[in-house]
Ligand binder design. Structure first.
Ligand SMILES: [Zn+2]
Length: 267
């Protein structure tokens, strides 16, 4: 379907809404492929802010605060391809299987999402078809292409987490998230701990599972691609200079990991 026809048959995205997929450095030569499921906090015009006030739409429930600035810089420093999704996780969560309740949440932390109450099946499917599917289809296409070209590919899913959730403070500065991959996460944990000044979460604040995640199970594990998630605490990447510092630090660490992994993965 060409994009004009897609617009004409759209139930959700209109003429004033941008495409869900954001890409940077698509010709990047790095083995790292970065994804950012919660990169943006846009709401399609037709959804009228989901019935939420502005202060809710800028909170962590709507997106991963700070990660866009880290992800873009990191992709640039490593000459890596970044694929990100611009719409809010409150529209549809691109890191949840579409059949689970938290895919289109009616409640997030303690906030009721009025625009997600009593959603028709058709409306839910439109969110999947117009936001979720194009993003994951693009990641799929890029991985297909890389495999066809026999390019080394290391998938890193970038996230950030709120320092306080439901009243509980989180001590970690950064965490790795993983499930079945036993190659990359131990290397990353070791490198982060060796920094000396970081409180590092081993599968904290979240662990990956098939029910609560989508990107790593679908694009990493199911395809046999070395992968990890990275979660950075949001108060540490709240402004541009801290985003730059974290991107520089992660670029250095990931470049070292690439040098370690490359011989083993090229066999
Ligand atoms: Zn996230």
């Amino acid at each position: 379907m060409d994009s004009e026809l897609a617009r004409a048959t759209s139930l959700l995205l209109g003429a004033n809404d941008v495409a869900p997929v954001f890409e940077q450095n698509a010709a990047g030569r790095s083995p790292f492929l970065f994804t950012s499921d919660h990169y943006g906090r846009l709401i399609p015009e037709a959804l009228s802010d989901l019935g939420l006030p502005e202060h809710e739409l800028t909170r962590h429930i709507a997106w991963d605060i700070g990660i866009a600035g880290v992800a873009e810089r990191l992709a640039r420093y490593l000459d890596a391809h970044l694929i990100a999704q611009r719409y809010s996780r409150l529209v549809i969560d691109c890191n949840r299987p579409p059949h689970v309740a938290s895919s289109i949440p009616r409640l997030s932390e303690a906030t009721i999402i009025p625009g997600n109450e009593g959603l028709s099946r058709e409306d839910a499917e439109a969110r999947r078809r117009e936001v979720f599917d194009p993003y994951h289809r693009r990641i799929d296409q890029i991985i297909d292409q890389r495999l066809r070209d026999r390019r080394l590919t290391i998938l890193v899913s970038l996230h950030s987490f709120t320092p306080v959730y439901a009243g509980g403070a989180r001590p970690w500065h950064i965490g790795t998230l993983y499930h079945h991959d036993t190659t990359l996460p131990p290397l990353l944990l070791k490198a982060l701990r060796a920094e000396g000044d970081l409180v590092v979460g081993d599968n904290k604040p979240y662990a990956v599972s098939d029910e609560t995640d989508y990107t790593i199970p679908k694009h990493g594990e199911a395809r046999g691609i070395v992968n990890t998630g990275i979660e950075i605490r949001q108060d540490l990447i709240a402004d541009e200079s801290s985003q730059q510092q974290w991107a520089e630090r992660l670029a250095r660490i990931l470049a070292e990991i690439e040098a370690t992994l490359r011989p083993a993965l090229m066999v």
